[in-house]
Design a protein around this ligand. Structure first.
Ligand SMILES: [Zn+2]
Length: 252
């Protein structure tokens, strides 16, 4: 599989997204932005977290290319723990965390895994399928107390952080490689094209095929500039005007 990708932080901040592609897999990660003055128990930040998790996933995907992706992720989270265990309080519920989207070629199958609000989208003979873990959509609010109470808990939502059990909560599946027409992975900074800006996924695929993944991020920024104050979700309040934006797309 050949992938093209692009990633860009929101203005004036470090990129808490991360993207990795090889001949057989692609990974997109979105580090969860930390609220100011929040005690995380950790000396590291989301930028460190996504890059270290990326390293652990590459090692796990490369060493064991046939194991189910939830086990691959569980092992990567265990290794990630060991990279700051002893220095940081890994029992803190606000320890840095990340969403995860993975696709991996395995024989004539493409396996996918999605944890939290990054997405895998593919098109085959039956049309476009969006793989999305919608448990953050159901959060009663996005304030620090609610997040700390519901993060990596049954009935709440799940992210890659310090608990390998989160991996078993990911949305996983497989699709035949030879039936695959189009596929992309993205963070919610890109899926806001469909969530807020009126695009459907076929529009996004066509945009990327015509002008490349960078152009899709440019379009996101254009719409964001023109929609100040309008990025709201029912019951969830306003989301930030700009977000880190990342996508990796399978080249046809
Ligand atoms: Zn740490």
């Amino acid at each position: 599989m050949d992938f093209a990708f692009a990633t860009e932080p929101g203005p004036d901040r470090p990129n808490e997204d991360h993207v990795i592609a090889s001949a057989t897999f692609a990974v997109v990660l979105d580090g969860v932005t930390q609220l100011p003055d929040l005690d995380t128990g950790c000396v590291h930040d989301p930028v460190w977290l996504v890059r270290e998790l990326g390293i652990c996933l590459v090692e796990s995907l490369t060493r064991e290319p046939l194991v189910p992706l939830d086990l691959t992720l569980a092992k990567a989270i265990l290794w990630l723990r060991s990279r700051h265990e002893g220095r940081c309080d890994l029992s803190n519920p606000n320890s840095p965390s990340s969403t995860v989207a993975i696709v991996r070629e395995r024989g004539n199958q493409v396996d996918y895994l999605v944890l939290c609000d990054s997405s895998v989208v593919f098109e085959d003979a039956s049309g476009v399928t969006v793989i999305h873990d919608n448990r953050t959509d159901g959060l009663p609010a996005y304030d620090r107390h609610t997040v700390a109470r519901l993060r990596n808990r049954p009935g709440g939502f799940w992210v890659a952080s310090t608990d390998p059990a989160a991996a078993a909560e990911a949305v996983t599946g497989s699709v035949p490689l030879d039936g695959l027409r189009r596929m992309l992975l993205c963070t919610d900074g890109v899926s806001r094209l469909t969530e807020f800006f009126g695009f459907d996924w076929t529009d996004v695929f066509q945009l990327v095929e015509r002008s490349g993944p960078r152009a899709a991020i440019d379009v996101v920024r254009e719409y964001e500039m023109n929609s100040s104050g309008l990025l709201t979700r029912p019951g969830r309040g306003r989301v930030k005007q700009h977000d880190d934006a990342t996508l990796a797309v399978l080249c046809s």
